[in-house]
Design a protein around this ligand. Structure first.
Ligand code: UDP
Length: 350
C-alpha cells in the first residue's frame, strides 16, 4: 500500500499523472490530503477535473505558521501511515505537507519516495528550499525531473536517484486537448494578453516588491490577466495596496482553464515553479519574478528570464524582452512518461 501525501495545488497536478500510472501498474494507493489548500478552486476542482481518487483522509490542517502546520501534520500523518499499513510514503515537491509526510514516514522506517527530488534554488530564505533539502535527505527513492536535479543530488552525496523526467510534462501532454476544447474562462478577454501568477512569500510578504509587481502589471505593454492566489489577495489588502484597474483580476482558475489561458497568452509572468515550465510546454516565453529559479535550463535555453521585481520599470523591460524573443524548441523534461517510470520503479520495490 502506497500512501500519498498531498496538500497543495501543485501536488494535485503532479499526482494526476502519478496516481493514474500507479493504478495502471496495479499498485494500491491511498491519498492523505493534509488540508493545506482547501478552497474548491485551490483543491477540489483538481480532483474533479484530473480524475484523482478522493482522499481516503483529509486532515484539515492549514492556516497556521509553518511550524504549527508541519507539527500538526507530522502527528496526524504518522497515525494515518500506521492505520493504512503503508509500505511506502509518496511525497511531492516542496511544501510543508511534503516535509511532514517525509519526516513522519522516515521515523516509522517506512520508505519515502520523493517526486521532483533534487530541485534547488540555493536560497535558504525560501521555506520551500528547507522542505526540499530535508525531504531529499530522509527519502529512500528520489525521482529527479532533470539532469540538473540529478547533479544537485549527487553533490549532496545522495544515492537511490532516478532520472525519470518531469511528471508535469506528462500532465501537459495528457490534458492539452481537453484544455483546448474549453471555452473562455474569462468574459471579455482581450485578443492579446499576458498571464500572471504571484504567490511566493518573498513577493507577497514584501510591500515594496508587491507594489512594484502591481505597478509593473499596470504598465505592461499587454493587459495582464491575474488569477489571484488567496495569499496574495490577503497581503494586497493588508498592505493597503490597490489592484490597478487595467489588470484583469479573477479568482484562481481550475487547471484546465489555466492551461487554456497559458496556451493563448503572449507572455507569462510568474513566481510559480510549475507555471514556468507550463509556459515552456505551451511554447510561451516566461518572465520569472524572482532572483533565482530551480528550473535553470529554461533560462539557459532562452525560454525564461529572471526579473527580481524590484521596480515596475524592470518588469516592463523584461516583458518587452520576452515578447521580442524567439527561443528554439529544446528537450528538457523527459519523454512524457515520467509517471510510468515512477510506477515501474515502485512496483519493483513492492
Ligand atoms: N494553477 C491553476 N490555476 C491557477 C494558477 C495555477 O490551476 O489559477 C496551476 C498551474 O497550472 C500549475 C500549478 O497550479 O499546474 C502550479 O501551482 P503553484 O503555482 O501554486 O505552485 P508552484 O508550482 O509554485 O509550487
Amino acid at each position: 500500500m502506497i500512501v500519498s501525501i498531498l496538500g497543495a495545488r501543485p501536488q494535485f497536478v503532479k499526482a494526476a499523472a502519478v496516481s493514474r500510472a500507479l493504478a495502471e501498474a496495479g499498485i494500491d494507493e491511498k491519498i492523505v490530503h493534509t488540508g493545506q489548500h482547501f478552497d474548491d478552486n485551490m483543491s477540489d476542482v483538481f480532483f474533479r477535473e484530473l480524475g484523482i481518487s478522493a482522499p481516503a483522509l483529509n486532515l484539515g490542517i492549514g492556516g497556521g505558521s509553518h511550524g504549527q502546520n508541519t507539527g500538526r501534520m507530522l502527528e496526524a500523518i504518522e497515525r494515518a501511515l500506521i492505520d493504512f499499513k503503508a509500505d511506502h510514503a509518496l511525497v511531492y515537491g516542496d511544501t510543508d505537507s511534503t516535509l511532514a509526510g517525509a519526516l513522519a514516514a522516515s521515523k516509522l522506517h517506512i520508505p519515502v519516495a520523493h517526486v521532483e527530488a533534487g530541485l534547488r534554488s540555493f536560497n535558504r530564505q525560501m521555506p520551500e528550499e528547507i522542505n526540499r533539502v530535508v525531504t531529499d535527505h530522509v527519502s529512500d527513492v528520489l525521482f529527479a525531473p532533470t539532469q540538473t536535479a540529478m547533479t544537485n543530488l549527487a553533490r549532496e552525496g545522495l544515492t537511490h536517484c532516478h532520472l525519470v523526467g518531469d511528471v508535469m510534462y506528462d500532465v501537459a501532454l495528457h490534458y492539452g486537448a481537453q484544455a483546448e476544447a474549453r471555452s473562455t474562462p474569462i468574459a471579455g478577454l482581450p485578443a492579446e494578453f499576458a498571464l500572471a501568477t504571484v504567490h511566493r512569500a518573498s513577493n507577497t510578504d514584501d510591500p515594496v516588491l508587491l507594489a512594484a509587481i502591481l505597478e509593473g502589471f499596470e504598465k505592461s505593454p499587454l493587459p495582464v490577466v491575474l488569477p489571484l492566489h488567496p495569499r496574495t489577495r490577503k497581503m494586497i489588502g493588508s498592505f493597503g495596496l490597490a489592484i490597478p484597474a487595467r489588470v484583469i483580476v479573477c479568482p484562481p482558475v481550475g487547471f484546465l482553464d489555466m492551461v487554456w489561458l497559458e496556451r493563448r497568452a503572449r507572455v507569462i509572468l510568474t513566481d510559480s515553479g510549475g507555471v514556468q515550465k507550463e509556459a515552456y510546454f505551451q511554447g510561451v516565453p516566461c518572465v520569472t519574478l524572482r532572483e533565482e529559479t530551480e528550473w535553470t535550463e529554461l533560462v539557459e535555453a532562452g525560454w525564461n528570464r529572471l526579473c527580481p521585481p524590484t521596480s515596475a520599470r524592470a518588469i516592463v523591460t523584461a516583458i518587452e524582452e520576452a515578447l521580442a524573443s524567439s527561443p528554439e524548441p529544446v528537450t528538457l523534461y523527459g519523454d512524457g512518461n515520467a509517471a510510468g517510470k515512477i510506477a515501474a520503479i515502485l512496483a519493483g520495490r513492492a
